[in-house]
Design a protein around this ligand. Structure first.
Ligand code: ATP
Ligand code: LTN
Length: 340
């Protein structure tokens, strides 16, 4: 039986923080057994915010290594032969069909839908009003629809974009005939929104002004201890889960739960009467232990980078063949004259 298709994307910022990992990437890795996984590095999306060209190239390669270190199993060569157990790891700009379908989808997207997107409103305040930033969600819809994707594992911040993708898929299908599968977002409730360590009212974010906001998967043990130590808490002093009144501690407890697979109650019991310093030190130990294998793998890949481009070229070849076929159908259905 054919596995259902899963696609998700991450921007090439050179950092994966534990919010990205728990909210999205961990699911990509776990679902590789049961799904045909497309893991995409969203460089076309990244340039909606100004990027330094050399840094963008560097960060794209770093992101490939990070994803492989997290457990995305893609190998250069065999994936292009259609090995069903391997994921397709590719760079968005290597597949021109994304921009082409993105354009077509723009023509059926009401401006108001784009203007009301929370991410657009937030980012536009920081970086100014650019057409690319406004059209970010139609490109994202194209990313997903081109692969006839059924499942899209993402953090909560992407829910609105997924809703628009579903609306556009239905609209296109109704107007031009069945063309696209209507995808579903997969949002892991417990880890959908990991909050910033220095501000538990906002999501953990790699574009935060301070690196104290997040734990990167590549942070050294001392750095992890330091950041956890200064993470915001409250003056109550008891390790108790209260989402409403103890947002800092609740966030740290959710991180603890996700990395230890222990229920919140067990964490409360373990640290009952012991105070925050003790809990924080336990959490730092846990993070150091769980991130170590990822860091080791990343180091190995950095020592020998020879396979990285092979993975990307095989990924691009596979992704292009799937995307081109969907795009050809979409163009035919829209009424474009076929090229002889
Ligand atoms: P930025 O905050 O700078 O926009 P980002 O940290 O959201 O960047 P992306 O590459 O945009 O990074 O996101 C990759 C994936 O990680 C997406 O599925 C997104 O929903 C998820 N994600 C991002 N931040 C969090 C978070 N704090 N908690 C859970 N999931 C998150
Ligand atoms: N916008 C996403 C990244 C992204 C994505 C996608 C996620 C680009 N294209 C397609 C899922 C499916 C973000 O994480 N900020």
């Amino acid at each position: 039986m054919q596995k259902p298709t899963l696609l998700s994307g991450i921007q090439p910022s050179g950092v994966i923080h534990i919010g990205n990992y728990l909210g999205a990437i961990k699911q990509w890795v776990e679902l590789q057994k049961t799904h045909h996984v497309f893991a995409m590095i969203a460089d076309l999306h990244a340039i909606t915010i100004p990027q330094e060209p050399e840094k963008l190239r560097e960060n794209t390669l770093r992101m490939v290594k990070l994803l492989v270190a997290c457990g995305i199993s893609a190998k250069g060569g065999s994936v292009s032969d259609g090995n069903p157990d391997e994921s397709v790891l590719f760079v968005q700009s290597h597949v021109p069909a994304h921009t082409e379908l993105g354009w077509i989808l723009n023509t059926i997207t009401p401006l108001g839908e784009l203007e009301r997107m929370t991410q657009f409103k937030e980012k536009q305040e920081k970086s100014g009003l650019y057409a690319g930033l406004l059209n970010y969600p139609t490109l994202m819809a194209a990313d997903i629809l081109l692969y006839q994707t059924e499942v899209v594992p993402v953090g909560e911040d992407q829910e609105q974009h997924l809703e628009l993708t579903r609306t556009l898929a239905n609209k296109f299908n109704n107007r031009f005939g069945e063309t696209f599968i209507v995808p579903k977002a997969l949002i892991q409730k417990d880890t959908a929104r990991i909050m910033g360590l220095d501000d538990s009212s906002k999501k953990m974010s790699k574009s935060a002004t301070s690196a104290n906001n997040y734990i990167s998967l590549l942070d050294e043990p001392d750095e992890i201890r330091r950041k956890i130590k200064i993470a915001v808490t409250d003056s109550d002093g008891t390790v108790r889960y209260d989402e409403e009144h103890k947002t800092g501690i609740a966030n740290l407890m959710r991180i603890y739960r996700a990395f230890s697979d222990k229920p919140l109650e067990e964490i409360e019991n373990k640290y009952a009467g012991k105070g925050y310093a003790n809990f924080k030190s336990g959490l730092a130990d846990l993070l150091i232990e769980k991130l170590e294998p990822i860091q080791k793998k990343y180091e190995e890949l950095t020592k020998d980078e020879s396979g990285i481009m092979d993975i990307l070229m095989a990924g691009a070849k596979h992704a292009n063949s799937v995307a081109e076929s969907s795009l050809a159908t979409a163009k035919k259905n829209v009424g474009f004259l076929a090229r002889e």
